[in-house]
Write a protein that binds this ligand. Structure first.
Ligand SMILES: Nc1nc2c(ncn2[C@@H]2O[C@H](COP(=O)(O)OP(=O)(O)OP(=O)(O)O)[C@@H](O)[C@H]2O)c(=O)[nH]1
Ligand SMILES: [Mg+2]
Length: 325
């Protein structure tokens, strides 16, 4: 097994796509032995990861995320980069995901030898999706992808999760500002380092300009999450592949600003620390739920709490007491 994982490591470091896909499958596996093997492989890859620029992208359904990633990804490849695209879709286990649509909208990118596209892991809980996405990101980085894009289609919780694993968070918006500001949760706007008004083409171009001005005002009123960066508002047309250069310039100024102030490294360190704690939390919870004594009590206590016969505090205390003894 050890020899196996050494050669798998080498293949991944050389950028072998099959080996990358196999590693990701191992990491997503629910079978304990595959999982162990995956973790071992991941640990051997970690020293080679961390060099990429990590970009989170979000926006309401239909804003043009897939079209944008296709245009932006191809632009980056033209500039000599290698691009990995990972999707986080908490609803994918219910709907089957938007993967089918994405395959057609990211057609050229999906087939490009310098791109790697991976749909959302379909694990039930958000914590599981977060872990798998982060691990996939690290495998891709070790394989030499120097720009990693993490796309999320959720509105709400998944954005915060993605923001906790990327360097820059990009929010795509529609040109009709009024509706949009209501559709997007305020907390999500606050996470954005870059706001890009998409579909700035044809008849919608003047609307997009108005929207740009509106968002400038709106963002002005919000607290910035970074000390050394003020969020920028740009426009583009993903469909016509216009505006990609300006967005990339903004991404690079963001990186320069944060790297020279030390905020870049600081953010990465904070994220790594939080990552450790989320693994600890996950481990504790699994351990807790697998405890035979606790498993026995859960249905009854849950029922008692839900029907109002027992206080949640009492039930939680009972469970925790059983765990500790
Ligand atoms: N006019 C115009 N249409 C666009 C642009 N970008 C995307 N579209 C169109 O908007 C629609 C939705 O685009 P998608 O890229 O699928 O949007 P999405 O955000 O990925 O949508 P979901 O995957 O459903 O969340 C498609 O019909 C696109 O052709 C653009 O820049 N201009
Ligand atoms: Mg899409």
């Amino acid at each position: 097994m050890v020899r196996n994982s050494v050669s798998a490591q080498e293949q991944i470091l050389q950028g072998n796509r099959r080996a990358i896909a196999k590693a990701i499958t191992l990491l997503e596996s629910t079978r304990p032995e595959s999982f162990e093997q995956g973790q071992e492989l991941l640990e051997s890859l970690l020293p080679h990861a961390g060099q990429a620029l990590r970009i989170g992208i979000t926006g309401v359904p239909g804003v043009g995320k897939s079209t944008f990633i296709e245009a932006f990804g191809l632009f980056l490849i033209e500039q000599g980069h290698r691009v990995a695209v990972l999707a986080v879709d908490p609803s994918s286990q219910l709907t089957g995901g938007s993967i089918m649509g994405d395959k057609t909208r990211m057609n050229e990118l999906a087939q490009h030898p310098d791109a790697f596209i991976r749909p959302s892991p379909s694990s039930g809980i958000m914590g599981g999706v977060a872990r798998k996405t982060r691990e996939t990101m690290l495998v891709c980085e070790a394989a030499g992808y120097d720009v990693v894009i993490v796309e999320t289609v959720g509105v709400g919780q998944s954005e915060t999760m993605v923001a906790s694993m990327v360097d820059l968070f990009l929010l795509l918006m529609l040109p009709n500002a009024g509706d949009e500001l209501q559709g997007i949760k305020k907390g999500v706007l606050e996470l954005a380092d870059l706001v890009v008004v998409n579909k700035s083409d044809g008849k919608q171009e003047s609307l997009a300009k108005t929207a740009q001005a509106e968002y400038r005002k709106a963002l002005h009123l919000l607290p910035s999450t970074k000390t050394t960066w003020t969020p920028q508002i740009l426009r583009c047309s993903a469909l016509e592949k216009q505006g990609m250069d300006k967005i990339w310039e903004a991404v690079k100024s963001f990186r320069n600003a944060l790297q020279s102030s030390g905020e870049w490294e600081e953010q990465r360190q904070t994220q790594t620390g939080k990552w450790m704690w989320s693994l600890v939390e996950e481990g504790l919870l699994t351990n807790f739920c697998n405890h035979p004594e606790i498993q026995k009590q859960i249905p009854e206590l849950e029922q008692a709490v839900e029907s109002g016969k027992m206080l949640p505090t009492t039930a939680a205390r009972k469970l925790l007491d059983s765990w500790q003894t």
